[in-house]
Ligand binder design. Structure first.
Ligand SMILES: NC(=O)c1ccc[n+]([C@@H]2O[C@H](COP(=O)([O-])OP(=O)(O)OC[C@H]3O[C@@H](n4cnc5c(N)ncnc54)[C@H](OP(=O)(O)O)[C@@H]3O)[C@@H](O)[C@H]2O)c1
Length: 281
């Protein structure tokens, strides 16, 4: 029988630590949402609700679809200079006419709750980051909670996206108690991809393709982390084919695996921003 690695208890633990930290403090998370992407609106309302639940003030800036890059950047600069704002995030994806790079680069590194600014990714690459992108950090928290040490093990990550695959590869290969693994980072140009994933003790799938990763790509008994989230016919499904799960020693379900950890780690990041305070400004 495969072990099911549920995200809820891990997220609960993180959220109670956040609530404890937030007590008696004025933490504020500003969320910028542009346009009417359906899934983004759901994710944002979830983030706002969870923030309020743990005592963090959450402020939504919902901008119309036709907003220009300049207008988003102006808002970010205003929030950068507003002392009450502890941190902010820009919900991705942005409408196609906007420059994601210019928008993310405008966030002051010390207010960058998603840790996507080049400064913060640079610190991550050097092993000096005080906070990290929420989803990969959530995966680390999940492994630690279930006592699955990545140390010394071969981890294959499928997908080199800037939100998940690339920062996770940096985290797992660091000389830290949650790192020290040997990482293979696969992507759409990897030849014979399953030859790599089949050798891995832990496989993380973050490709953004529904029910894509098949059982022939997994070593029996390996740990399988499915990061994908897709809405299909009113239900949520992941990047991994259902038949793959029974071959794993342990796996994250979709929904209920990595998903709950992303919000919890985002709010935990806000505490880290607050703690780091003026020393990094
Ligand atoms: N659970 C959560 O809270 C959460 C949070 C964030 C993201 N997600 C999900 O995680 C997934 C990945 O997100 P992301 O933002 O990292 O995506 P992304 O930036 O679009 O990256 C996708 C990666 O997958 C690779 N890829 C695509 N097709 C492939 C194929 N056939 N074979 C091998 N590699 C392939 C791409 O390779 P190239 O680089 O070569 O194009 C790319 O590196 C999505 O399903 C997203 O919805 C979930």
């Amino acid at each position: 029988m495969s072990q099911v690695l549920r995200g809820a208890p891990v997220a609960q633990k993180i959220l109670s630590e956040v609530a404890e930290y937030a007590k008696g403090k004025s933490l504020r998370l500003d969320v910028i949402l542009v346009g009417h992407h359906e899934a983004s609106q759901i994710y944002v309302s979830h983030k706002l609700r969870q923030a309020e639940r743990v005592g963090i003030k959450a402020v939504l800036h919902h901008l119309p679809e036709g907003t220009t890059t300049r207008e988003v950047v102006d808002l970010i600069q205003h929030l950068n200079e507003t002392p009450e704002v502890t941190g902010m995030i820009v919900q991705l994806p942005l409408p196609a006419h906007l420059s994601e790079q210019r928008v993310l680069d405008a966030i002051a590194p010390h207010k960058d709750a998603d840790a996507l600014h080049p400064h913060n990714l640079g610190l991550l690459a050097q092993g000096r980051a005080l906070w990290a992108p929420a989803t990969p950090w959530g995966i680390i928290e999940l492994l630690l909670y279930y006592d699955i040490s990545p140390e010394g093990r071969h981890v294959a990550i499928v997908g080199r996206g800037r939100l998940v695959g690339t920062p996770l590869a940096l985290l797992l290969s660091r000389a830290a108690h949650y790192g020290n693994s040997t990482v293979t980072l696969c992507h759409s140009r990897t030849d014979n991809l399953y030859a790599y994933t089949r050798q891995a003790d832990i496989v993380v799938v973050a490709v953004g393709r529904p029910h894509w990763f098949g059982p022939e790509g997994l070593k029996p008994g390996a740990v399988l982390i499915d990061v994908g989230i897709h809405r299909e016919g009113g239900r949520l499904i992941g990047d991994v084919q259902t038949e793959t799960l029974s071959k794993a020693g342990a796996y994250t379900p979709v929904p209920g695996g990595v998903g709950p950890l992303t919000v919890a780690c985002l709010l935990s990041n806000l505490c880290r921003l607050h703690r780091a305070g003026s020393s990094i400004q």
